[in-house]
Design a protein around this ligand. Sequence first.
Ligand SMILES: NC(=O)c1ccc[n+]([C@@H]2O[C@H](COP(=O)([O-])OP(=O)(O)OC[C@H]3O[C@@H](n4cnc5c(N)ncnc54)[C@H](O)[C@@H]3O)[C@@H](O)[C@H]2O)c1
Length: 393
Amino acid sequence: MKYLVTGGAGFIGTNFVKYILQTHGRQAQICVLDALTYAGNLSSLHDELQSELISFVHADIGDREAVDRILLEFKPDYVVNFAAESHVDRSIDDPGIFLRTNILGTQNLMDCCRKAWQNPDGSYMPGKRFLQVSTDEVYGSLLRDIPDGRRFDIPHPLCDAAGGRSESTAYGNDFFTEDSPLQPRSPYSASKASADMLVLAYIHTYGFPALITRCSNNYGPYQFPEKLIPLIINNVLQNKPLPVYGDGRNVRDWLYVDDHCAAIDTVLRRGRLGEVYNIGGFNEKQNIDIVGMIIDEVARLCNENDRYRALLAEPDRLPDRSLITFVKDRPGHDARYAIDPVKTATELGWAPRIPFAEGLPRTVRWYLDQRKWVTDIVDGDYQMYYHKMYSGR
Ligand SMILES: NC(=O)c1ccc[n+]([C@@H]2O[C@H](COP(=O)([O-])OP(=O)(O)OC[C@H]3O[C@@H](n4cnc5c(N)ncnc54)[C@H](O)[C@@H]3O)[C@@H](O)[C@H]2O)c1
């Protein structure tokens, strides 16, 4: 199978390329297309790019000529569109680029695919599939309606054969299903929702062979250090304040990135064309709890291992929760996201494999082991941005 992976130098795209090569070996060929914005880091794929199974094209998904050429020469069976501007804070600061890449870029990709894949009678070449990688944020926000002190356990095993549907979780009774209305509330999520609607319109109008996945928050290796988990790990090591928006009680539903990659590959291969599939693992956490767990894990690793302790800006002092600093809330900050992934689990047999209790320590250790990867991308531009977003809050 030939995969065209757009945005393959970003966080999830990088993990997806590695996942496909590990899972399918020589059965898969991959072409990565990426504009290498501030979030794209090709060095993450250094080893993979040595293989003849993978090629890289430096291009924008909005560049019609470049995309036409790849479709003509590489002839992918699958186009997986990860390419996007993905950081909500940046979208609040400057929405324009989000609309250009996330909406118009997706439209361009689909137009190029239609041209390359459509037969004169309007049908499409067999086996061609376009997958739009979307997000739970398109659904808007759920109420955080269960007061503290009335906690329910999140059901395990996740999404088991019986459905695994939760009646309620620690933070609420309701979940986003594929039928939930699209109610985006940030420029980022509005741009992703717009792209989803365009994909659905192309499916309806042109019979375009596409599918959409909507996943909850991902965590794992190779995430740009502006996002919550790598940012907090970095600051803990540097003994810097840990900025937490508002009261820190906003709830996100976290999934290990490999589980997302496996779900995407499953949907690509077995999903019904024209369908939307939710992806998540019934794993809701408050931001403040995530931050606390990271501090504890860094402290534990540094206590056990002098190599990790040497990474601390103040090796004599283990980090603790006094570093937590509440900062002014993000405008329009969504209270709670919670995905119902039961359709994907029951129809396609996918289930998440990495529980949070294993995935989070694995992730923290990765960022401690890969300091060069982190410092190489924490460049001047990122520092300026960091100060702009957090100083004075
Ligand atoms: N990170 C999450 O938790 C999460 C959850 C659900 C869905 N998603 C979606 O998954 C996708 C990937 O997210 P991510 O976290 O890996 O993002 P990311 O910001 O880490 O990576 C985005 C990649 O796209 C590239 N890119 C940006 N604009 C481009 C353009 N015009 N043309 C070509 N390449 C371009 C960047 O260089 C980068 O390599 C996005 O579509 C996002 O909406 C992310």
